[in-house]
Ligand binder design. Structure first.
Ligand code: ZN
Length: 84
């Protein structure tokens, strides 16, 4: 049976539960730290941002490769260097 007092972090795809560690409101501590202070690279909030950035990089890479006749993998490699 599920304990109704146990919350799951409200960040998309985060599975941290309030009985497993520190919670601040509806957020687990790692997601809260990332959202409020830009730290905690172990949070799902950070991974969600990374995913969006990677999707954006793919679009930029495709655009640049089409304009310059480079492969998009070449461009992704270059952009990953920049975003390291
Ligand atoms: Zn979380």
């Amino acid at each position: 049976m599920t304990d109704p007092t146990i919350k799951t972090c409200i960040v998309k795809n985060c599975t941290n539960k309030s009985n497993e560690g520190l919670f601040l409101g509806d957020l687990c501590a790692p997601c809260y730290e990332f959202i409020t202070q830009g730290i905690s690279k172990h949070s799902q909030a950070y991974r969600n941002c990374l995913y969006l950035l990677e999707e954006r990089i793919k679009v930029i890479a495709t655009t640049i490769s089409l304009q310059n006749k480079w492969t998009s993998n070449d461009v992704i490699r270059m952009l990953n260097e920049v975003f390291k």
